[in-house]
Design a protein around this ligand. Structure first.
Ligand SMILES: [Zn+2]
Length: 119
């Protein structure tokens, strides 16, 4: 990966040796992020029009076949919605299967994505 494609995914937290790194907020660089929702998209095969979508929010699990929010255009994808303790950002970390590699990137939280839970 070239340096210009890198982004600050983690930060070392001094004084917490059992936690070698933490995901940092892309808005304020704070390390107190709480994931509030996880969406997993699993296609039957590459470019498949059908697949499975699993949402976990709190103690609730939902399974359907709606792939419209899949961050990958052609393969598996994963979205983790965060709430930041120190700023109003609602960053979304995505993992995208792209050919033989897995790519990570931040997305902005989308209004209408009804997740308003605290944790
Ligand atoms: Zn923040």
């Amino acid at each position: 990966m070239s340096q210009d494609l890198a982004f600050p995914l983690g930060a070392t937290i001094v004084g917490y040796p059992w936690v070698p790194s933490a995901v940092v907020c892309p808005s304020c660089s704070g390390t107190n992020l709480h994931h509030t929702r996880v969406d997993v998209f699993d296609l039957a095969h590459e470019d498949a029009p059908t697949g499975v979508h699993v949402t976990i929010r709190g103690t609730q699990l939902h399974v359907d076949t709606d792939l419209t929010a899949n961050p990958s255009a052609r393969r598996h994808g994963l979205r983790i919605v965060f709430r930041c303790e120190t700023c109003p950002a609602r960053p979304v970390l995505t993992l995208i299967q792209h050919k033989g590699r897995t790519e990570m990137q931040w997305e902005r939280y989308c209004e209408g994505d009804e997740d308003t839970s605290d944790d």
